[in-house]
Design a protein around this ligand. Structure first.
Ligand code: ACO
Length: 319
């Protein structure tokens, strides 16, 4: 049994915030530095008080509408997020409640920017086992909440948003192969090393990153895992119709595409307009390319993420 994508949806909060808007807000940066180093020109930032579940709910409703199924039919809901509404309950349960679904398994996955690839890989295994038939997989983030706006090396890189897919059990493909990996020894190069303890925030509640270490590791693992899932499905990486890498940085995306032999025209890029939306970046890019007609039925699409942990994951699917 294959897990087949039957609907996609996404949500971006408010209006785009340009690099010049950040300068106007007092951040010591400039458009030229950000564009040259990252390719980012703008991002969306949620209003204070807007929660991941609210963005995820809208993306989910749009994906369900495209799929043509009711929320009540879902038997699995997985949300990938590093910026959940609460410590608990899970963002998946909050979205389930708002959708009016009762009884589906619902839980969050924490794999930072690889979260959506992890959630998709998990949902695929539930469906392939025959235990579940209709799954909603969401990546939803309000990363702006965990940024240190005095750290110009990180705050200019990220944005907020959500994306979702609906999967259905089917006898024809479907997700062809998935792979998930982590190396916890690298936890220090990208993290938010804070916690809530006795009603106080302890440690450091802001995102910290060793950008150059992340860059090197990201390209290596994105190339390796793309080759792994393509080999598992019996195809060459150059045979992929569309590559949707995690949208962190155009230089990481370009270096990965080049090493895989996938031309820039076949790589979906949203980082210029969305910034890095962590677990939301892949489903946001997927939804854009499905709705504008680039990705069509029968195309082979390779999704791959990399992020804190360190984690990386990929899914190769026939759309
Ligand atoms: N505007 C202007 N100047 C800046 C800014 C900014 N926003 N940020 C840093 N600088 C300055 C620094 O202060 C430094 O100045 P100095 O030389 O006078 O001290 C100079 O720019 C270089 O700083 P570096 O941190 O060494 O910059 P680097 O060239 O490494 O670029 C970047 C930083 C873009 C983050 C790069 O390391 C990179 O692309 N890393 C990849 C990591 C990434 O994309 N992470 C995203 C999240 S991780 C993920 O999703 C997997």
């Amino acid at each position: 049994m294959y897990a087949r994508v039957i609907g996609t949806g996404s949500c971006l909060p408010g209006k785009p915030v340009s690099n010049d808007d950040l300068v106007a807000q007092g951040i010591d940066t400039n458009d030229e530095w950000i564009v040259t180093r990252t390719g980012i020109r703008s991002r969306y930032l949620a209003e204070p008080g807007t929660l991941s579940s609210e963005l995820g709910l809208i993306a989910a409703e749009r994906a369900l509408e495209m799929a043509g199924i009711a929320a009540a039919e879902l038997d699995l809901i997985i949300v990938a997020t590093s910026t959940p509404d609460f410590i608990f309950p899970s963002t998946a349960c909050l979205i389930q409640g708002r959708l009016g679904n009762k009884g589906a398994a619902a839980f969050d996955v924490q794999a930072v920017c690889s979260g959506f690839a992890y959630a998709l890989g998990i949902a695929e295994k539930f469906i392939a086992s025959g235990s579940h038939r209709k799954a909603l997989v969401i990546g939803a983030e309000v990363f702006s909440r965990i940024l240190d706006w005095n750290d110009r090396g990180t705050c200019v890189l990220f944005g907020d948003g959500a994306g979702a897919v609906v999967l259905e059990a089917a006898e024809r493909p479907g997700i062809l192969a998935t792979a998930l990996h982590a190396d916890g020894s690298q936890n220090g190069i990208l993290n938010v090393p804070g916690q809530v303890c006795g009603g106080q925030v302890t440690g450091d509640p802001f995102l910290r990153m060793d950008g150059q270490a992340v860059f090197k590791l990201a390209v290596r693992v994105l190339v390796d895992i793309a080759e792994e899932v393509c080999a598992a499905a019996g195809i060459q990486t150059a045979d992929v119709d569309w590559l949707i890498p995690h949208q962190a940085n155009i230089r990481i995306i370009d270096a990965t595409g080049k090493k895989l032999g996938i031309a820039r025209e076949r790589v979906i890029v949203t980082v210029d307009r969305h910034g890095n939306t962590s677990a939301a970046s892949i489903p946001l890019a997927l939804d854009e390319a499905v709705r504008d007609g680039r990705i069509r039925r029968g195309h082979k699409v390779l999704l791959e993420g990399v992020g804190g942990g360190f984690t990386w994951g990929a899914a190769l699917l026939e759309f």
